[in-house]
Design a protein around this ligand. Structure first.
Ligand SMILES: [Zn+2]
Length: 291
């Protein structure tokens, strides 16, 4: 006689996710077998986000905490360290990606690796599979559902990847420069053939100085770059200063709109999922830079 199986409760595993991109991924992979709590809402900067007392309690009581890693969530270090003692499984999305595929930061940055892995769709597919594998191990009874959900999501991401590549063809090769507020798009650049320049480093806490603004203004003139972008989770003031500096050199540059960098947008903005967020970004970029 088979012993009664331990029934998972209706709500399934309780999962806490740090960024909104990861909460979306967890929803897609976990489906009906998980309850996902996301800690950071639209427009929240994860480099700078300080977990509240209630966040810490939520993480401590969860079955699983999913986070990006590579020091994106800089202020969570102590909480993350305490999770295993409490029997909480940590799933680190970056660990689904081979270390040799991590991008190295600029030499003047204090981060070891560039944490913005989600801007390579192939990397995000690997991260998705990693989350599915870890959830399957934690909750073997629902493993086939996690694997099936991941398969479907990875297929949707395949379509997104194809859309990005197709739209980029509209931008002349000599115009493939992406100038933004902070250096979140290096994985995008490497994957899709753009040169990417961020006014601030990988970490939004390092301030851009007037020297940086002046150097980048010269670069805009030299490369005839006419459009730059602000980011939803970073103050636009540096980009505005850059536009002004280029203007004083007689080079007109437009603010070509807002990109989502380190957080998803809202439902009103039609950017509340990773796929919608990326679609919005690529449309903003291509519409500004195409001939
Ligand atoms: Zn960032």
């Amino acid at each position: 006689m088979t012993p009664p199986t331990e029934e998972a409760t209706d709500s399934g595993l309780s999962v806490v996710a740090t960024t909104s991109m990861i909460a979306d991924l967890a929803h897609r992979v976990g489906g009906e077998h998980v309850t996902v709590t996301g800690l950071m809402g639209p427009g929240v900067d994860p480099h700078d986000y300080q977990p509240s007392t209630s966040d810490v309690i939520k993480m401590g009581e969860a079955d699983v905490v999913i986070y990006n890693g590579l020091s994106l969530e800089e202020r969570f270090v102590e909480v993350f360290d305490s999770l295993s003692e409490r029997g909480v499984l940590s799933i680190v999305v970056a660990e689904g990606i081979s270390e040799r595929d991590y991008r190295n930061p600029e030499e003047d940055d204090d981060l070891e690796y560039d944490p913005h892995i989600w801007f390579s769709v192939p990397h995000w597919q690997e991260g998705t599979q990693h989350v599915a594998d870890q959830l399957s191990e934690k909750d073997p009874e629902n493993a086939s559902a996690y694997q099936q959900n991941a398969k479907e999501y990875i297929e949707d991401l395949e379509e997104l990847d194809a859309y990005i590549r197709e739209r980029i063809e509209e931008v002349p090769e000599q115009s493939r420069y992406l100038v933004t507020a902070h250096d979140a798009f290096q994985y995008f650049g490497a994957e899709y053939g753009f040169e990417v320049v961020g006014l601030q480093g990988l970490n939004t806490q390092t301030e851009a100085g007037t020297g940086d603004i002046s150097r980048l203004a010269d670069f805009l003139v030299e490369k005839e770059i006419r459009a730059v972008f602000v980011e939803s989770s970073v103050s636009p003031r540096n980009i505005e200063a850059l536009i002004e500096a280029a203007g004083s050199r007689g080079h007109e540059v437009t603010n070509a709109g807002e990109l989502y960098s380190d957080a998803l947008g809202s439902a009103e903005e039609n950017a509340e999922t990773y796929i919608k967020m990326y679609t919005s970004n690529i449309d903003t970029i291509v519409d500004a830079l195409k001939d």
